[in-house]
Design a binder for this molecule. Structure first.
Ligand code: HEM
Length: 366
């Protein structure tokens, strides 16, 4: 008679069960780690967005976590031959590329006060006739106030309101500045630069470095700025004091009623040794400047009804001929904007911006 195998001993059975349990636990841990759910100090885009929300003091559902107050604009871009020589981006060769944009002020509140907004912004989306797209988001500061992603996050956290006062702790902010030259330089700019009277006579700077690549494959690092054609004028302290909370949009409407507004797109071309990966360091003034085109803005509409509301002006959505540089802040921006965008759109989907329900119709008197 064939010999039937003897059943495993209880000890062996336990060992097998333990081995299976260990395998399942290891697989689950690998999954949690790969999904980024493992508790860690790592600065993720989620955590950065949480930090921005905390610094805002509250979440404004449906609105951008930064530059929350803005208006949608539209117009076109005219490329120049000089631009075409530097980059094969279609927009430089095309006579007119339609553009959708957004003018905004810095800050996380959609009810921010224009006269107190040190930072003003222009964001653009250009879609060329071959479907290639270029998105950009620029600010009125001439250089960034942080040298690295971690430094900007730390700065954001240093500016978070103290629950006791509802305001950032001045000692914490001062200590941060004292330890970070970029933040100190930024504070000096913010304290001394004139306040332009309008969105229209403000210069907007891309600040981060990008690569322009032309038809012959030549690559140059550039930073771009939108330089206003509208005459510069600065608000006096008394004018700023008396200015309305929404004066920038009202002024833009007034100016647009008289005709389109223009900015020259000027790129500064880097030379060997210029810092490519640190937007807090300006390049020397002597660098070559090239006018590569003109931004023309023709119309403005409130963002609540405008096409710009649901656009993410991610600075790494770029056409052939323009590439991101090695600047880590660019990659961080792209990641954080995406989190902010997803949060605000899901809030909109839940009705955050829905118009208040219309009052119930009165019943006819009997
Ligand atoms: C690590 C650095 C930065 C972080 C974490 C950050 C974060 C953000 C976030 C969360 C938004 C809202 C995005 C959305 O919901 O669509 C935003 C918008 C914006 N950011 Fe940044 N930002 C950074 C650096 C910069 C720099 C260097 C500039 C410009 C020079 C800039 C210009 C803008 C502009 C103009 C907008 C508004 C775009 C629009 O109108 O939709 N940001 N930023």
């Amino acid at each position: 008679m064939p010999h039937s195998p003897s059943p495993p001993s209880p000890a062996r059975r336990w060992l097998s069960l333990l081995a299976i349990a260990a395998l399942v636990a290891a697989l689950a841990a690998a999954f949690v780690w790969a999904a980024g759910w493992w508790p860690t100090d790592r600065l993720t885009a989620q955590r950065f967005t949480d930090d921005i929300q905390a610094a805002n003091g509250q979440v404004y559902p449906g609105f951008r976590r930064a530059h929350a107050k803005g208006i949608c604009v539209s117009g076109w871009f005219e490329g120049s031959a000089e631009g075409e020589a530097l980059s094969m981006a279609r927009v430089f060769a095309q006579e007119r590329t339609p553009l959708l944009g957004r003018m905004s002020i810095g800050g996380g509140s959609p009810y921010g006060l224009d006269p107190q907004a040190r930072v003003r912004s222009m964001a653009l989306q250009l879609i060329a006739d071959d479907g290639q797209e270029w998105r950009m988001a620029m600010n009125s500061f001439p250089f960034f106030g942080a040298a690295t992603v971690a430094e900007f996050d730390e700065q954001t956290r240093a500016g978070t309101p103290d629950p006791a006062t509802g305001k950032p702790d001045p000692a914490r902010v001062a200590a941060f500045r004292a330890a970070h030259p970029a933040a100190q330089r930024f504070a000096e700019w913010a304290g001394s630069a004139p306040w332009p009277t309008s969105f229209a006579n403000t210069r907007y700077n891309g600040v981060n470095a990008f690569r322009f690549v032309n038809e012959s494959g030549q690559m140059r690092h550039v930073r771009w700025s939108m330089v206003p054609r509208a005459e510069f004028a600065a608000l006096t302290p008394a004018e700023r004091e008396g200015a309305d909370a929404g004066f920038l949009a009202a002024d833009l409407d007034r100016r647009l009623a008289a005709g389109p507004l223009r900015w020259d797109m000027v790129v500064t071309v880097a030379e060997a040794g210029d810092p490519i990966d640190d937007p807090s360091q300006p390049w020397p003034d002597a660098r070559q400047q090239v006018s590569v085109g003109t931004v023309v803005i023709e119309h403005a509409v409130p963002q609540a009804d405008g096409a710009c509301r649901d656009v993410n002006f991610d600075p790494l959505i770029l056409p052939v001929g323009v590439e991101g540089s090695s600047d880590p802040i660019l990659a961080a921006r792209s990641a954080v904007y995406s989190v902010s965008f997803n949060r605000r759109l899901s809030e909109v989907a839940h009705g955050a911006l829905a118009a208040p329900a219309a009052p119930a119709p009165k019943e006819d008197a009997p």
